[in-house]
Design a protein around this ligand. Structure first.
Ligand code: UD1
Length: 419
């Protein structure tokens, strides 16, 4: 398995551009299945999870054509199968997002239970509950979810937790039902709003995306469309932390300032200087040691769980004690043991981690076990004294486009070593 070799302690400098959003691209690629006519989607990031989703589409018979660096045309007229293969679905939880579109096109779907990052049990009960409120009969057999609908209808779906994936799956199914569906306690993430824009362009009527109540009035005649995916706010946040942790001066380009609210607020509390330069550019600079702060992950607009590990890496070097509480996923502290190998002092108590800042981290060999844990280890390595080897780079490749090339363009000493 490939690894990164990183020589730390070099302040990053320069300008870096953010790629398209992974978490917007995955549901939008699945949503392209909702019509029979093709959709062209631009700004699709070139990363492992996207490739997996494209393979899922192809496994169902759909033709996928790459029409340029980051643009794809999806031909859903070729869709003929209702059962994506287990080898693909187990690789990535988000592949379960094809279930809503399959149910909508065929009234049937047979989808293996998803896998994904090792960050808690991550059930799909809310997706299934949502489907059943719209007329789908759901059963589980030998590790497969089987959904079947004689007649789909609108309805009211209350989500016990504002799950991003469940909100998206239910929105997609509702988008082809010519009645009203109300999703209450919906996820408010910007990626949900991006999906809503895409579905609207296809011909569905959607109100309230970005609030906790989404109203969908679907149409049986959705049409393919052309769409540009939003940029990745988590990748943007990761570059901001990269600048801060190396005491660098980095301009991050291609950001939507509004979506970075909680991330930038926390960086400022930590002592990072943030300047908004132009509409889509921010300058992130850090001098001296970070200050300790407390963080609690929450659904959007709260602090994103997908930035928790990266901030922990930064707070490991803070002057003082920080408490990080993870409320979204039940076990998302796999990075702690690895950060400790680099000299961090962290104590996990249930859903909270107490981080006692140290003056320096030291390079060693560490292993990423999930995507954001991998990002955190790369960040820690950029700041550490000496050389760090980060194993398990495949996890990082799932969600970051050419991370090592982008960081190297800012002056980081990082190379990929393949077996
Ligand atoms: C999405 C993001 C992921 C992010 C997460 C939370 C994508 C492709 N992935 O994942 O990067 O970390 O949102 O912001 O967009 N839950 C249930 N039952 C369900 C569904 C979820 O109990 O049916 C629980 C999960 O176990 C978890 C919490 O709800 O504890 C949040 O999960 P959810 O918002 O669904 O995350 P994903 O959509 O999987």
């Amino acid at each position: 398995m490939a690894k990164f070799r990183i020589r730390g302690s070099q302040p990053l400098q320069g300008e870096i551009e953010v790629s398209g959003s992974k978490n917007a691209a995955l549901p939008i690629l699945a949503a392209a299945l909702l019509s029979e006519s093709p959709s062209t989607i631009h700004n699709v990031p070139d990363l492992l999870d996207v490739r997996t989703m494209l393979m899922v589409l192809e496994s169902l018979g759909v033709k996928v054509e790459r029409i340029g660096g980051r643009s794809y045309t999806i031909y859903p007229g070729f869709l003929k199968l209702i059962e994506p293969p287990y080898e693909l679905i187990r690789k990535m939880r988000a592949s379960f997002l094809v279930t809503g579109p399959l149910l909508s096109r065929f009234g049937r779907a047979q989808v293996p239970l998803p896998g994904g990052c090792a960050i808690g049990s991550r059930p799909i009960d809310l997706h299934l509950k949502g489907f059943s409120h719209l007329g789908v009969e759901v059963s589980m057999r030998s590790g497969y979810i089987e959904g079947w609908a004689r007649e789909l209808h609108g309805g009211e779906v209350y989500l016990d937790f504002p799950s991003v994936g469940a909100t998206e799956n239910v929105m997609m199914l509702a988008a082809t039902i010519p009645e009203e569906t109300v999703i209450a306690n919906a996820a408010r993430e910007p990626e949900v709003v991006d999906l809503a824009h895409f579905l609207s362009l296809m011909g569905a009527e959607i109100e309230g995306a970005g609030t906790d109540t989404i109203v969908v009035r679907g149409s049986k005649h959705l049409k393919g469309c052309e769409y540009r995916i939003m940029n990745d706010r988590i990748e943007a946040g990761t570059f901001c932390v990269a600048s801060a942790i190396t005491r660098g001066k980095v301009t991050v380009k291609g950001v939507d300032y509004a979506f970075l609210g909680s991330i930038l607020t926390k960086l400022e509390e930590i002592g990072v200087r943030i300047e908004k330069l132009e509409e889509d550019k921010i300058f992130v600079a850090m001098e001296g040691r970070p200050k300790a702060t407390n963080i609690k992950t929450m659904p959007y607009p709260g602090f994103p769980t997908d930035m928790q590990a990266q901030f922990m890496a930064l707070l490991c070097l803070a002057d003082g004690v920080s408490v990080i509480t993870e409320t979204v996923f039940e076990s998302r502290f796999a990075h702690v043991g690895e950060l400790e190998r680099m000299g961090a002092k962290v104590q996990v108590e249930g859903r909270s981690a107490v981080v006692v800042g140290v003056e320096k981290l030291t390079g060693t060999e560490v292993t990423a076990t999930d995507l954001r844990a991998g990002a955190a280890l790369v960040l820690a390595a950029l700041a550490a004294e000496g050389i760090t080897e980060v194993n398990g780079v495949t996890h990082v490749d799932r969600g970051y486009e050419r991370l090592e090339e982008k960081l190297a363009s800012l002056g980081a000493s990082i190379e990929r070593i393949s077996d």
